[in-house]
Design a protein. Structure first.
Length: 170
């Protein structure tokens, strides 16, 4: 890359730097171009991405935050749209879509997403979702990976209470 000031070729330089992200401090190998004539430092969009990805990866590792592809796989496991998944998790639809697109979830939201990976916990989340009607909850149950028979029976009895009293659905 040529210096925008002198027009001479600049040297790619790497050095250890401390960077802050969400009130946390991380040490990374910072990449930049240095103009030998002026001492000025420059980055490109791709170098900024390299530098920030180091910070993001350390943050994800420290707080066990899933990557976008992992977030998408959890949702796809249940055959849900991003809108339905965000509704079950209690997120705004734009927030959830941004997480799947690469935005970093908060630690609290990351924990909810990870809990949803467990089918038993996910069904509990579905049950706690006040915006889903009984029919929608039943459809989600039928699409969900196998959960304990006790859970299925409990839900089935709740859904049809008064209609099939005393019948067993094993």
């Amino acid at each position: 890359m040529k210096s925008p000031i002198t027009g001479t070729e600049m040297k790619l330089t790497k050095e250890r730097r401390i960077m802050d992200f969400r009130k946390e401090t991380f040490e990374i190998i910072f990449h930049y171009f240095k103009c030998e004539d002026t001492g000025e430092q420059f980055t490109t969009t791709s170098l900024d991405e390299v530098n920030m990805n180091q910070v993001y990866n350390q943050y994800r590792d420290k707080f066990n935050i899933p990557f976008p592809d992992e977030i998408m796989l959890i949702r796809e496991k249940y055959g849900l749209s991003a809108i339905k998944m965000s509704e079950i998790l209690g997120f705004g639809i734009n927030s959830y879509r941004q997480y799947e697109a690469g935005e970093m979830p908060s630690v609290a939201n990351a924990k909810l997403i990870q809990m949803a990976d467990d089918p038993k916990k996910f069904i509990d989340m579905v049950e706690l979702c006040g915006t889903l009607d009984i029919k929608s909850k039943g459809q989600i149950h039928s699409k969900s990976p196998t959960v304990s028979r006790r859970k299925e029976k409990k839900y089935f009895q709740f859904e049809f209470q008064g209609i099939f009293i005393g019948q067993s659905f094993s």
